[in-house]
Design a protein around this ligand. Structure first.
Ligand code: AMP
Length: 586
């Protein structure tokens, strides 16, 4: 593990991409067979592979307690160090160096030992038991090794490395075509397994597997209808953009599973979908959206929110907020039996859609639990505008514009799919600081300072501060969360663990020296929590800069209109935490 940490440090200190690739390739070649997959997974900032359902479940509190115990200092010492570096790994290293922590190098943990400790942390129940295992691991590690372990366990490497670079380095290390490595990475969703296949010259054997979720294909934002038709045209496919929960449905016989965008198994939360899919005569993988839908009417996202994260929803909630699965893609199909599914990813969307329609899914209006995404084709900006209004009239968020010839590219945000919400008056930000509110919000942490990602420096840069537009119940719940994940306190202000994503609505973007991003938002308001998004999925500084350009005064009218259309809950009116009250309100 010590060598891994040193390598990570060298990668961080190197700016040229080709030099980073060379460093990594040489390192990969030098590893033993049992080390290679672990090193590769750790280099993507994960303790476990992306499609692995396991997580260590260690938060700031557990990590800081373990470090404080090893260093023999108070937890506030780590908080102060974090303030200095804004990098937990570096902060841990500094605290341990200062404490003179120098364990016997012979006891320094190997990569497999660290991986085994992470597995043990995952199975240990309770924060205390998990913390003890981490503490033992850190006690054996010199400060540099501890830095590496902390970076992996906190999922925050900050060494300027993307998965694409790790793939490029694997291709180089074992002299394999980059495309073959990428394809295997896409199909296995496991960079460790991909590394093993690359080394063994077995990349061709990677396949789609049922119950191993695939990364989702993503869409790029687009506003301008003329530009969209120009880019994807002459004829584009236009689907409604549903405001629900993205989910991949895997089915083999009567075994049905649903996976969320972050590839977690969310099956137990949606028993009606499982029951509705069970009897169907095919095996395969669908891509689609779980959507609140009752008596023929689409329910707003706030209603569905009550079901987010509920492992076993009570019957009352199931009746109040029933869901349908709106299928828009099919990624693999099998012919039954033990054989796994044949991938359909490399077929054009038009063919995949034919296969999807051919499944004859039992639709909601005939008592089933499925719907097919509403699809029309458009060949002009006017047709697109008309489709947009029609989608809004069906109570959907906007449009997804798709190129019918596009292939399915897992995990990529390409231009094959464009999302058109019109109201790009929202951006997804990470909460980095909180404060207690005023007046009625006295005593709760309701004022949020939020940031976007600066990809160049791999840091979060602040862009604004807003009173929460969340419900009282959400604010209370978030207050508890922020209290448990406070990194340090500065008077009223608390620096918090940067992992909560909020969708922020605003009117205009301005240049401003007040925030580290160099931008500020006019009239920012928290539209909603985005528990479905990880901090790494928040919007980037580059997106903000692009929006700033696009939303110059001439465009201001559109944005303001859009902000209204974004259906931001009014701050004062949203006092009821019971989502059911809003059902049917539109
Ligand atoms: P956003 O969450 O704003 O980044 O928008 C992308 C999301 O739109 C996807 O992840 C899906 O959950 C959702 N979505 C809704 N309708 C569709 C559709 N017809 N095709 C693809 N994605 C859709």
């Amino acid at each position: 593990m010590r060598r891994w940490s040193e390598l990570a440090e060298r990668v961080a200190a190197t700016t040229r991409t080709s030099a980073k690739t060379d460093l990594l390739a040489a390192y990969f070649r030098s590893l033993a067979p049992d080390e290679l997959p672990i090193a590769a997974v750790f280099l993507t900032g994960r303790a476990f592979a992306e499609t692995d359902q396991r997580a260590t479940g260690l938060g700031w509190a557990a990590i800081s307690t373990a470090v404080a115990n090893v260093a023999g200092v108070g937890r506030d010492v780590l908080g102060a160090a974090y303030d200095r570096f804004s990098d937990l790994g570096r902060a841990v290293e500094a605290v341990l160096v200062e404490a003179g922590h120098a364990p016997d190098p012979a006891s320094s943990p190997t990569l497999p030992e660290v991986a085994a400790a992470f597995a043990a942390i995952e199975t240990a129940s309770g924060a205390a038991a998990k913390g003890v295992i981490l503490e033992e691991l850190l006690a054996r590690s010199d400060p540099e090794t501890a830095k590496g372990i902390t970076k992996v366990v906190s999922g925050d490497l900050r060494i300027g490395l993307r998965e694409g670079l790790v793939e490029a380095a694997l291709a180089k290390a074992f002299d394999r075509p980059l495309d073959a490595v990428k394809r295997a990475g896409m199909l296995t969703g496991d960079i460790g397994e991909t590394a093993r296949l690359a080394r063994d010259d077995a990349l061709g054997t990677a396949g789609l597997a049922l119950f191993r979720p695939l990364k989702f294909m993503l869409a790029s934002p687009a506003e301008d209808a003329v530009e969209i038709v120009r880019r994807l045209g002459p004829v584009v496919w236009v689907e409604d953009k549903y405001d629900g929960i993205r989910a991949q449905l895997h089915k083999r016989g009567t075994d049905i599973r649903l996976y969320s965008r972050d590839l977690h198994d969310i099956t137990s939360g949606y028993p009606e979908v499982v029951a509705g899919a069970r009897g169907l005569p095919w095996d395969g993988i669908l891509d689609g959206e779980l959507l609140g839908f009752r008596e023929g009417v689409v329910l707003p996202f706030v209603a569905l929110q009550a079901r987010l994260g509920r492992k076993s929803p009570p019957p009352g909630l199931l009746a109040e907020v029933p869901v349908v699965y709106v299928a828009f893609d099919v990624l693999g199909l099998g012919s039954g039996g033990e054989a796994d599914v044949d991938p359909l990813l490399d077929l054009p969307l038009a063919t995949r859609r034919e296969r999807l329609v051919g499944l004859g899914l039992p639709l909601a209006d005939a008592g089933g639990v499925f719907a097919l995404s509403h699809l029309v084709s458009a060949d002009s900006a006017d047709a697109l505008e008309a489709a947009f209004l029609a989608a809004r009239a069906r109570r959907n968020e906007g449009l997804m514009v798709k190129d019918p010839t596009s292939l399915y590219s897992p995990g990529r945000r390409g231009y094959g799919w464009l999302k058109m919400k019109k109201a790009l008056a929202t951006i997804d930000c990470v909460v980095v600081g909180v404060e207690v509110g005023h007046g009625r919000r006295h005593g709760v942490l309701s004022d949020y300072t939020f940031a976007v990602r600066d990809e160049a420096s791999d840091r979060l840069v602040t862009i604004g501060k807003a009173y929460s537009g969340l419900t009282d119940a959400e604010i209370a719940e978030m207050t508890r969360w922020f209290e448990a994940h406070t990194i340090s306190r500065h008077g009223r202000y608390r620096l918090v663990e940067p992992s909560v994503v909020v969708e922020v609505a605003f009117d205009v973007i301005l240049r401003s020296a007040r925030h580290t991003s160099g931008f500020a938002l006019r009239f920012p308001r928290i539209a909603r929590l985005r528990p479905d998004k990880a901090a790494a999925e928040a919007d980037t500084l580059a997106t903000v800069a692009r929006l700033f350009q696009e939303l110059q005064p001439g465009a201001e009218r559109l944005v303001t209109a859009g902000a209204r259309a974004a259906a931001v809950p009014p701050r004062r009116a949203a006092t009821s935490p019971r989502a059911t009250r809003t059902v049917g309100d539109g």
